[in-house]
Design a protein around this ligand. Structure first.
Ligand SMILES: C[S@@+](CC[C@H](N)C(=O)[O-])C[C@H]1O[C@@H](n2cnc3c(N)ncnc32)[C@H](O)[C@@H]1O
Length: 193
């Protein structure tokens, strides 16, 4: 309920911005000796209003994947509790293929749950799931130990698997995501070439 009120509030704010834009543009036109309700003024206002309203109303289309029925049920319950919409699929990431490529993929502790032999295949799949210039939000698990899961995702190895020919690595420092058990993840936004 609170989310809906917030969304409505933001929608109204965007409508306000659209109207303000129209008014400023109209005043400038009038100041230049033109008329107030020109086609151009109305078009600007309408574009800002409908663009913002559509983006706010539609949000993002989100798909989540896990092959464990309990994990899928847990996420679906959480989504419904928070009145959020997303498609949550029970599927194997090593076999599944989207109908259309995504703008972005968020990979958190799925890679480190897979057997290491499957990492190159998984990386190739992630590449295939994304559109060119799409973003991979990757959190690489750092356990500093052999074995697992979760398995240690050594960064040099990650750079070989998510290779420069296919992925652009940022120059900036990774994001540090600490865990309570002393492990941590290193976050990078890789761009698919
Ligand atoms: C450590 S959990 C992470 C769950 C979630 N991403 C998170 O961060 O809370 C790893 C998950 O990967 C799932 N998983 C492991 N191998 C998979 C595969 N081949 N296909 C789909 N899901 C898989 C497991 O069922 C498990 O829920």
């Amino acid at each position: 309920m609170i989310k809906k009120i917030l969304l409505l509030g933001m929608l109204l704010a965007l409508v306000g911005v659209g109207v303000a834009f129209l008014l400023i543009n109209a005043l400038l036109t009038v100041a230049r000796g033109g008329a107030l309700f020109t086609e151009q003024n109305l078009l600007y206002g309408a574009l800002v209003f409908f663009g913002a309203a559509t983006a706010m109303y539609l949000g993002f289309a989100v798909t989540g994947i896990d092959f464990a029925p309990s994990a899928v049920a847990h996420v679906r319950r959480n989504l419904s509790r928070q009145e959020l919409r997303a498609e949550v699929l029970e599927a194997d990431v090593l076999g599944w293929q989207p109908e259309a490529p995504f703008d972005a993929v968020y990979e958190q502790t799925c890679l480190c749950a897979l057997p290491e032999e499957a990492w190159p295949d998984y990386a190739a799949r992630l590449y295939g799931w994304l559109r060119p210039a799409g973003s991979l939000f990757a959190l690489f698990m750092q356990t500093g130990q052999p074995g697992g899961p979760p398995r240690h995702c050594d960064l040099l190895r990650m750079r070989r698997i998510f290779d420069e020919d296919r992925w652009h690595w940022p120059e900036s420092e990774p994001m540090l995501v600490p865990h309570r058990n002393g492990r941590f993840e290193l976050g990078y936004v890789l761009k698919r070439r």
